[in-house]
Each structure stands twice: as structure tokens, then as C-alpha cells.
Design a binder for this molecule. Sequence first.
Ligand code: TA6
Length: 287
Amino acid sequence: MSDPHSFEIQGILSVATGSGGLPVIHITSSRSRAEIYLHGAHVTDFRKAGEEPLLFMSGSSKFEVGKAIRGGIPIIFPWFGAREGHPAHGTARITPWEITAAEVLLDGSVQIVFRMPDAGNLEVTYWVTVGESLGLQLSVTNRGGNAVTFENCLHTYFQIGDVQSASVHGLKDCDYFDKVLDAGFTESADAVRITGEVDRVFLDTTAALTIEDPVLARSIRIAKSGSLSTIVWNPWIAKSQAMADFGDNEYPHMLCVESGNVSDNRITLPPGETSLMTVELSSAPLD
Ligand code: TA6
């Protein structure tokens, strides 16, 4: 495993000791800054110069080996959700990843590349591009002789002024499984609004979404490729109180809108093939 410090770029990319003593990468691009923990290759902060953070981070989050960070962008792989006898949402987010490259791109963005060790016959690579927007690419290549089935998801926590005033646009007419009601539905509203616990797994949708946040006076755009699933989650009151790593009063200020391939959209990758999922997060003033 190469020394993370060998990828430092003077005044642009530095490696330090972060919360819980875990290694953290600080990136400053010409228009934004970001923070990424090697633990899970976890983006924990991204903000454009002079703006509110784009991502939510719980003030109660753990930063411990073997535990997931509560906020930012957890990488969910190779399974989504619970699995008896195994960590929820897979091992990627609780594994220390390795840096394999870092560079400043021609447009002033900063790109850093990670690989997930110990992924068996799978070669798992994650590109993070920090610029005017935040670019994420997760690739999985099957280097083995047999097909492999997996789920993946970038479980993004967005910072929201007041979730009850926010709305998510782009999912109308999409089918979803409602994990709160334990039933399937088709989204009939023009926008998804949060007035209680929401845990919806939308399937077979490639739509780019927009979160409108009138309190922070911004719209957040979530564009994706190589992803057929979108999950919308807010724990609301009871679930918030049940999570030790999440403040009881934090739910009004966050909303997860996640991009991946889960459930019926899980991926079966033949030998030698590569799955590539990209997500681009950007924000603009809400006019
Ligand atoms: O993506 C939504 C969800 O699956 C919820 O059901 C909830 O469990 C959330 O993920 C957080 O899961 P975690 O394992 O990070 O507590």
C-alpha cells in the first residue's frame, strides 16, 4: 500500500490525521473544497467557495475502524441493506481504501483515485473529482472466471435548510418500494416531499433529480449514469432517536438521495466485464 502522503499536491491536496485518528485528505480546488477519509473512501465534506456545505454530516457520527461514518457519501457495496451475520450495506464503507492517483485537471478541478483492497476477483476503483461540481465514478471489473452479482449505491446525505420545505423533482411516475409501508407504489406527485419518515427505493429510473431547498435558497442537481435505482430517505423522529450516531434533532437538516443499482436492479457482471456508475452533484441559487 503506497504512502498517502506521496500523493500530496502543494496547496491543493494534503493528508492529515482526522477525526478518530483516521487519515483524511483535504482538497482545495479553484472553486471548492472537499474532505475525504481513506476509511471507506468516504467523502465527508464538499462545498463551493462561499456556500453552505452540500453534504450533511452528523455531529454524532463515529469515526472508528469497523463503523460507518454517518453523513457525506458512504459507498454501499457489494450489497445494499441488511445481511444476516454481515455489516449492513456491505463492507466498502468500513474498509480503508488506497489512493492510486491524484492530479489537477485542465479546468482546475482536482481528481483523486482510490481502489478498494481485498475485493476478491473484483477490481473496485473510485474517482472523486472536486471542482465546480462534485464528480463521482465507481467502477467494478470482474477479473475472475465466473459471473458476480452485487449491489452498489452512493448513499449521499445532503445538507438541507428544512426538510419539510424541500422537494425532490424527477421521480414522477416511477415505481418504488416503500420500506416504511412495506409495499410497492408508483410516484404520482410532481415532487417528493418529506412530512414523516421516508424510505423509498425507486427502481428502473435513470432520471436526473433536483432537490429544491427554499430555506438555503438553492437547488441541488443529481445527475447519474450507470444507475437504475434511486433511494430517498429521511429517518424522521423515531428512527433518529434510535440511531446512536445521529442527533435527535438533525433530521430536519438532511435528506438522503442515493444513486445505485439495488434490489431488482442488482448487477450480474460476467467475467472480464466492467460496471461503471457515475454521479455528478451540483448546486445553483434557487431562483
Ligand atoms: O438507504 C436508506 C437505508 O437503507 C435506510 O433503510 C436506513 O437503514 C439507511 O439506509 C441507513 O442505513 P445505515 O446502515 O447507514 O444505518
